[in-house]
Design a protein around this ligand. Structure first.
Ligand SMILES: Nc1ncnc2c1ncn2[C@@H]1O[C@H](COP(=O)(O)OP(=O)(O)OP(=O)(O)O)[C@@H](O)[C@H]1O
Length: 362
């Protein structure tokens, strides 16, 4: 299969000895929307800059549509980059800004104008095409940067925190536009962000990075439901994690003996009896039950006590303390429970279906 982008054992160590990226492998098909997600300093921007050609690589290969591009300068790569600052020219009109890349390439004026006008129409920039970018709003500038990146018809559009400068509402609406535009054009997008919600709502696949290494490459839903590593489980969603030793493996289900009892989940990857493991339980998987005296607690259960509770609309937000003295935040839909279920100090039992918890090797 021919990929649009392949990173093969890609690595970068800066001159001062900082290893920013190591052993990065990724294959991207045409039209995919890929996000690099991770905390500050994990190597997202360095990787994007290596793909664009702004940063040299220390090891490995970068291929675009099968061609090794390691030694090609940025202008000879079939990529465009959109920076968080947009990097627009303040003294040029919007129209000229958009056409600049084509001008540099030496494209004839008539052809250039036709492409620029089409991009202006595509992104709804007609009314501001003759203005200068410094007189425009953040959202408008963002759209111009997008038009300028796309007009050169790159194989891959690289976006470095492109929505970072926008306020929350605008960010949301531009996210939708960006996704629609990407689908329509079928261009491969590689998008750097440290905003989880943005990556989860926009991407086909997410690369979660941590300290220069890839932790997991998955569809957004899988990052929630089947984290591969403890880092991903802590970074994505709201998970409670218990450490223990694998007690029993029964088909898909793995029982882990933890200080608060035996907890069951589904293994993600190979696990062996007697080895250390972590059980990851998503907050959404937890069912709250009121303990009934004399009744044995259900399998896969943790005793908890409510320490704080307040209602927000139809949801009750709870803080519960576990037997290991950890406090966990949970939510309950009020319609599903009798009125007095969630008074402060009440005992609860937390349960979950084994399929909804993940066991990972520690
Ligand atoms: N020019 C440089 N020289 C030396 N070290 C650098 C250089 N640029 C980045 N680094 C280091 O490389 C690591 C990765 O940086 P990078 O900018 O790629 O991270 P990032 O995930 O994009 O972070 P952020 O979200 O803050 O932009 C960091 O430790 C950073 O300090």
């Amino acid at each position: 299969m021919a990929y649009d982008l392949e990173l093969i054992n890609l690595g970068k160590t800066y001159d001062d000895g900082t290893t920013a990226v190591a052993n990065f492998d990724l294959s991207v098909t045409k039209g995919e929307f890929i996000a690099f997600l991770g905390p500050s300093g994990c190597g997202k921007t360095t990787t994007l800059r290596m793909i664009a050609g702004f940063e040299s690589i220390t090891s490995g290969d970068i291929r675009i549509r099968g061609q090794r591009v390691n030694d090609l300068p940025p202008e000879r790569r079939p990529t465009s980059t959109i920076f968080q600052s947009y990097a627009l020219f303040p003294h040029m009109t919007v129209r000229r800004n958009i056409g600049y890349g084509l001008e540099v390439k030496g494209m004839a004026k008539a052809e250039r104008d036709a492409k620029v006008e089409r991009m202006i129409a595509n992104l709804g920039l007609e009314d501001i095409a003759d203005r200068r970018p410094d007189k425009l709003s953040g959202g408008q500038r963002q759209r111009i940067a997008l038009a300028r990146g796309l007009v050169v018809e790159p194989d891959i559009l690289l976006l470095d925190e492109p929505l970072g400068a926008l306020d929350a509402n605008l960010r949301k609406s531009i996210q939708n536009e960006l996704k629609l535009l990407q689908r329509e054009l079928g261009v491969t997008f590689v998008f750097v962000t440290h905003a989880q919600s943005e990556a989860l709502s926009l991407s086909d696949r997410i690369v979660v990075m941590n300290r220069g290494r890839v932790e997991q490459i998955s569809r957004p839903h899988e990052l929630y439901t089947r984290p591969n590593t403890a880092f991903v489980a802590q970074f994505i969603g709201r998970n409670t994690i218990f450490e223990g030793v694998i007690g029993q493996v029964e088909g898909e289900h793995v029982a882990v003996d933890t200080p608060i009892g035996r907890l069951v989940g589904v293994a993600n990857g190979a696990v062996a009896g007697g080895s250390s493991a972590k059980v990851v339980i998503p907050a959404e998987a937890i069912d709250l039950k009121v303990p009934v005296s004399g009744e044995a607690p259900p399998r896969n259960a943790i005793a908890a006590k409510i320490t704080r509770s307040h209602r927000v609309g139809n949801v009750r937000r709870l803080a519960v303390v576990l037997p290991d003295e950890r406090t966990v935040a949970l939510e309950a839909h009020v319609d599903k429970y009798p009125d007095d279920t969630f008074a402060d100090g009440r005992d609860l039992v937390l349960t979950w279906l084994p399929d909804r918890a993940t066991v990972i090797a520690a």
